[in-house]
Design a protein around this ligand. Structure first.
Ligand code: ATP
Length: 306
């Protein structure tokens, strides 16, 4: 698939979700959340920076929040192009999608789960990301996020704004704004944060409906993924076995776009992560989408061992 094809696909799946009627209250809330996010991208962001010349980059780490944002952003990109075509004096047949890759930045300083690494590579190929990886391109030199972003900006000085999939319920998220400059001590760019108003249930509703791939770790009890030494499956999903309640996204799975009724598109785990999970003990964990309480989303994120 080209970037044009996948952007069109994301546009169509977003429209299909927005068109759903008589679905659950979670779906209705998520539809509203999507409209708000799209309005930020299409009106606020695209009127300020061009999506076509490298001014806008995308921060991507394979997590569920940036996955949602990526699908919505690509859909907006398609809409932006379609609008240009409709306003042009030339026939649509003579107009080409003007981008081949989406500039993206992945800061992989800490040790990452192999399943997540593979997922990032797979999705970079699927969504035509031109992915800067701090480890690959900057070696071990960058000591923290800010230094890694500095290096990225030195290499891509045209960058003005970076999309970030942060939500208000994330640590330090409640005071953020959809578009804001970086803090003092950080390299200079605008943070674009169009998912602040999203809740955990909205993320799962849209992702499970989309039929697009999600990192396999989420199927094994992870609800938020940090580095290997700071992340465990969420204890709130442990050992519920057969007494487990149903999850809240049956409609989404049954009507899943493109793969209706065929289940959830969680990628298989890397064998080393299977062994790592087995070494944690016998306990089984429910998939991450069984948890919709934002307040315990990061209960599996632990302090780094000294
Ligand atoms: P999850 O919480 O399930 O891991 P996530 O990684 O998408 O999902 P956060 O960890 O809350 O969400 O991070 C918020 C956003 O910050 C991400 O969506 C992504 O845009 C950006 N981000 C976080 N860590 C990185 C990283 N290492 N490299 C690039 N972008 C990142």
């Amino acid at each position: 698939m080209t970037l044009a094809d996948i952007s069109r696909h994301c546009y169509e799946l977003t429209q299909a979700y927005l068109g759903a009627q008589n679905a659950s209250s979670i779906v209705q809330e998520t539809q509203e959340a999507i409209r708000e996010t799209r309005a930020i991208i299409l009106t606020e962001v695209f009127s300020r920076w061009s999506p076509l010349n490298g001014e806008i980059s995308f921060s991507y780490n394979g997590g569920k929040d940036c996955q949602v944002l990526l699908l919505l952003y690509l859909g907006c990109l398609w809409e932006f192009f379609a609008l240009q075509v409709s306003r042009s004096q030339y026939a649509a047949a003579y107009q080409r999608f003007p981008l081949q890759n989406l500039f993206s930045v992945y800061i992989d300083l800490a040790e990452t789960f192999p399943s997540l690494e593979t997922f990032v590579d797979e999705t970079a190929a699927r969504y035509e990301l031109s992915l800067y990886s701090s480890r690959r391109e900057h070696g071990a030199q960058a000591s923290d996020m800010a230094a890694a972003f500095s290096d990225f900006l030195e290499r891509y000085p045209e960058t003005q704004a970076i999309l970030i999939g942060v939500r208000a319920t994330d640590p330090f998220g409640e005071t953020l704004k959809p578009v804001q400059k970086t803090d003092k001590g950080w390299p200079d760019f605008y943070r674009v944060q169009p998912l602040l108003h999203w809740r955990l249930a909205h993320v799962w509703s849209f992702l499970l409906y989309s039929g697009e791939p999600v990192c396999g770790l989420y199927e094994h009890g992870f609800t938020s993924i940090g580095s290997v030494d700071t992340t465990l499956p969420n204890p709130h999903l442990r050992g519920l076995g057969e007494t487990a309640p149903q999850h809240k996204f049956q409609w989404e799975v049954e009507h899943s776009y493109g793969i209706a009724g065929s289940g959830i598109n969680a990628r298989p785990l890397d064998p080393s992560d299977v062994s790592w999970l087995a070494a944690l003990g016998e306990d089984k964990y429910l998939p991450g989408w069984y948890l919709t309480d934002d307040s315990v989303e990061r209960a599996g994120r632990i302090k780094r061992k000294k």
